[in-house]
Design a protein. Structure first.
Length: 58
């Protein structure tokens, strides 16, 4: 993977119970082909830890 970026969409507060993040990963293969994966992911805080709930790839 060449690059990974994330952008909080909501739930950025330290004490929030849930949040949504948009991830974007980009890469270049050895043959020069480029690719990008974008996903909006939902997380929930349980027991002080963030847990991945689900995501939508687009």
């Amino acid at each position: 993977m060449d690059r990974l970026a994330d952008r909080p969409l909501d739930g950025r507060g330290r004490w929030e119970a849930a949040g949504t993040v948009e991830f974007r990963a980009s890469w270049v293969t050895r043959s020069g082909e480029r690719g990008v994966l974008r996903e909006t992911s939902r997380f929930e805080r349980r027991g002080g830890r963030w847990l991945y709930l689900d995501g939508e790839v687009f």
